[in-house]
Design a protein around this ligand. Structure first.
Ligand SMILES: *[C@@H]1O[C@H](CO)[C@@H](O)[C@H](O)[C@H]1NC(C)=O
Ligand SMILES: *[C@@H]1O[C@H](CO)[C@@H](O)[C@H](O)[C@H]1NC(C)=O
Ligand SMILES: *[C@@H]1O[C@H](CO)[C@@H](O)[C@H](O)[C@H]1NC(C)=O
Ligand SMILES: *[C@@H]1O[C@H](CO)[C@@H](O)[C@H](O)[C@H]1NC(C)=O
Length: 399
């Protein structure tokens, strides 16, 4: 894949795939429409053609230590990072986790160009919808963009579940909407949502989705909140009612219902000619070092290098990935998969671990045993999630 210098110069590299397109396509009418297609909508394929014309899966690759080009911004120059993700400010003794660059096997990622991205967002709304991991990707995107915007021309505001970053000179907004299950649930409060007994209304989405209308680019995720055990509680009635109609369902089946509901909403509300929809696959955790052949009782705490085994796969659920694949493939509006699971699996070093704001004071037992309170789910910024956005960027700018 070749980075393109401007959105108006986008072109379709020649590939053997196009041999199969019938001549009927190459009519005058097709050429007229081609312009529209190419201007914003690209194929939902997760791969991009290389210069030689063969397909390159940008999600297959390896991590390369690149001190000269990483990080893409400094932690202290981005005021939008929540204290749960500012690892340096919370005492992380090294910065190696910031210095890895993702190198796909068959091509190189385009360099993230903030002014090009903002130009593309001119007059548009880009919205991330999901849980705290998606919020991390959102904040990363804001950090990647905000530097080139003067102080007076930007703002960030949170009201309930919606956080909006505005770039005034571009009339662009980059937004995050808290909906950890996408569909309605009892964990929808953006601040108070630490609920162990989670209940979802798998077919109810409009309570949230009314806020997504009009978005030009949507980036969904949902996974972590489903993983409470083998079953999910599904409420048939409404949360205001007597709550009697609760059934238990296999997690995969409940996940499928919710994803299908999301797809149905996308099909009804997103115009494939002028909008883009993405879905970020599962963000893996590193809660047990046994999984990568480490100490029997360790976790991500004290990990400073990525896993080298290219076949490594930890505890991320393959069956949930299968459900995701199946549901997205049936969508009539293309939903591009950001398949960040495998590349993030390698990054046992990139979690916030103990280097984050603690909401409750630590006990002497915890202080004596730091790994007991390490967060092996969320990721330091700058860090891994900047790469998720580089992949999103690559997908937006290349066919
Ligand atoms: C970023 O893109 C702009 C055009 O939008 C171009 O002028 C600039 O040189 C690019 N910057 C880099 C570092 O490539
Ligand atoms: C700003 O963008 C919104 C869409 O996000 C659009 O409705 C509005 O017309 C734009 N305003 C101007 C002044 O371009
Ligand atoms: C952390 O790792 C270093 C070297 O990798 C090791 O010397 C140290 O004992 C480890 N600390 C803990 C608490 O595991
Ligand atoms: C994502 O990538 C992993 C490995 O690279 C693969 O096993 C999985 O099937 C992919 N998921 C989808 C939905 O294509």
């Amino acid at each position: 894949m070749k980075p393109l210098s401007s959105s108006t110069q986008r072109r379709r590299p020649f590939s053997s795939y196009y041999y199969f397109i019938t001549l009927a396509f190459i009519t005058f009418v097709a050429i007229i429409y081609w312009k529209d297609f190419a201007s914003f909508l690209q194929s939902p394929a997760r791969s991009s053609p290389t210069e030689k014309g063969e397909e390159c899966d940008i999600f297959e690759g390896r991590w390369v230590y690149d001190e000269d080009n990483r990080p893409l911004y400094e932690e202290e120059e981005c005021p939008y990072i929540q204290p749960q993700l500012t690892c340096q400010a919370h005492g992380r003794p090294e910065t190696g986790y910031q210095r890895w660059r993702w190198q796909p096997h068959g091509c190189s990622l385009p360099r993230f160009n903030a002014s090009q991205m903002l130009e593309m967002l001119r007059g548009k709304r880009m919205m991330f919808v999901g849980d705290s991991l998606n919020r991390g990707q959102y904040v990363s995107m804001v950090c990647l963009l905000h530097r080139i915007i003067p102080e007076s021309a930007k703002s960030l505001e949170t009201v309930d579940s919606l956080t909006v970053f505005r770039a005034k000179d571009y009339n662009a907004s980059i937004e995050f909407y808290w909906a950890p299950f996408l569909v309605e649930s009892n964990s929808d409060n953006a601040v108070v949502h630490r609920i162990t007994d989670r209940i979802v209304r798998a077919r109810s989405i409009n309570k949230h989705a009314q806020y997504w209308k009009g978005a030009d680019i949507l980036v969904f995720n949902t996974y972590l909140w489903w993983m409470t055990g083998s079953k999910m509680k599904i409420l048939k009635g409404s949360f205001g009612g007597d709550m009697k109609d609760i059934i238990e369902m296999e997690t995969e089946d409940a996940y499928r219902l919710a994803l299908r509901r999301m797809v149905k909403w996308v099909e009804k509300n997103m115009d494939p000619q002028n909008t883009r929809v993405f879905f970020a696959s599962m963000s893996p955790a590193h809660a047990s070092s046994k999984e990568w052949g480490g100490e029997p009782d360790g976790n991500c705490y004290n990990e400073t290098t990525p896993i080298q085994d290219p076949t490594y796969w930890g505890s991320a659920s393959k069956s949930m990935m299968q459900v995701l694949k199946e549901v997205l493939s049936k969508s009539r509006v293309p939903i591009s998969l950001l398949n960040i699971t495998q590349l993030s699996e390698y990054r046992k070093d990139a979690h916030t671990s103990i280097y984050k704001k603690q909401w409750t004071p630590l006990t002497p037992e915890q202080i004596a045993n730091p790994k007991s309170y390490a967060d092996c789910t969320h990721w330091c910024l700058p860090g891994l999630q900047d790469t998720w956005n580089e992949l999103l960027y690559a997908n937006l700018f290349s066919p």
